[in-house]
Write a protein that binds this ligand. Structure first.
Ligand code: SF4
Length: 338
């Protein structure tokens, strides 16, 4: 970017967010977070990181999968339009300062704060196939706090259900400042209204439920997944009227279709004027159209993987410079700079 002489540079407020590399990204991830990130990078100084150490807190038995998932996620980010010119893209484990800050924050974080974390209780109950009774899993919010406050961001963009995570981060930052002096600003929760795209069976979209549509999934596979989606059970035969509210396809229309198409669905479904395959076609067309530019961008990076490597290197270098300064401030505040 060329800067004209005398131009006033506008300082952009910093935002930070990350994703755990536990599997390929799907359309739920795109509509729930990534689409918003692409918008935010226009206005804010965005730091987006791959939280690979976080993946270990629950997937510690399969660490060998994390590198591949991390590469896939970075490719997905670049495919949807996150750019190294606008955002700092990096990998958590490349910056060892995160581990040092995590350790220091562990010393001051009361255990009851972690035990009452709603996600902790929820996941222990839900993920019964994994042994999550580890120190790492309990300490997840402390690592998250270290990741966030390291860059002293103005805010963290999250959905309503993740707001308690940022609240723990704010409490930990406040406690640090109380003991050692004002080093960390408390990050704001930047609440974002994002459309919730459920899976093909109406449960939360998740690869582990087998109900997800991958972000760069082959068109034939996408088409097949939508065509075989269950619909309102009342429409057992073509001539039976149905109710879109009872059909998983309807929530896809709510994300992908305009008002006119939605009217067509409601009228056609409730009067048996259209068949379910006919109803699904606009959804298939819209998803394939959305994915086309992602696939095209991804192709360019796939033939030149070194480019992705350099983008990550560049982002990591920028993030590391800030992390080093933060840790210098932290050690000085705690009297550990010896
Ligand atoms: S017509 Fe559409 S909304 Fe109605 S049951 Fe079939 S797929 Fe679902």
């Amino acid at each position: 970017m060329r800067i004209e002489k005398g131009a006033v540079l506008k300082m952009r407020k910093r935002l930070l967010s990350g994703m755990r590399p536990t599997g390929p990204l799907h359309l739920g991830n795109y509509h729930g977070a990534l689409a918003n990130w692409v918008r935010l990078q226009e206005e804010y100084d965005c730091f987006f990181f791959i939280a690979d150490w976080h993946a270990l807190t629950s997937d510690y038995e399969k660490p060998d999968l994390i590198k591949g998932f991390s590469d896939d996620i970075m490719l997905d980010w670049l495919s949807v339009g996150l750019t190294p010119e606008q955002s700092t893209l990096f990998v958590q484990s490349h910056i060892k300062e995160h581990a040092e800050l995590f350790l220091l924050l562990c010393m001051i974080t009361p255990v009851p704060w972690l035990e009452r974390n709603p996600t902790y209780k929820d996941q222990i109950e839900q993920l019964t196939t994994k042994d999550l009774s580890t120190f790492g899993f309990l300490g997840y919010p402390v690592l998250q706090a270290a990741d966030i406050i390291m860059y002293k961001p103005f805010g963290v963009p999250v959905g309503v259900d993740q707001a308690p995570h940022v609240e723990i981060t704010r409490e930990i930052a406040r406690r640090f400042n109380y003991f050692y002096g004002p080093v960390f600003p408390e990050p704001e929760v930047i609440l974002t209204e994002t459309p919730k795209l459920l899976g093909t069976d109406r449960r939360k979209m998740s690869k582990s439920y087998g109900n997800a549509i991958g972000m760069r999934e082959e068109p034939a596979v996408v088409t097949q997944k939508i065509q075989t989606m269950r619909t309102d059970p009342a429409r057992a035969r073509r001539g039976d009227p149905g109710n879109p509210e009872k059909c998983p396809v309807w929530q896809f229309h709510q994300v992908y279709s305009n008002a006119e198409t939605k009217d067509w669905v409601v009228k056609g479904c409730t009067t048996a004027g259209i068949g379910c395959l006919e109803c699904k076609q606009p959804v298939i067309d819209a998803i394939l159209a959305e994915q086309r530019p992602w696939r095209e961008r991804a192709e360019k990076y796939l033939v030149n993987p070194k480019q992705v490597h350099w983008i990550v290197e560049m982002g990591t270098e920028r993030a590391r410079t800030i992390a080093k300064q933060t840790m210098k401030d932290v050690r000085e505040a705690m009297g550990l700079a010896y």
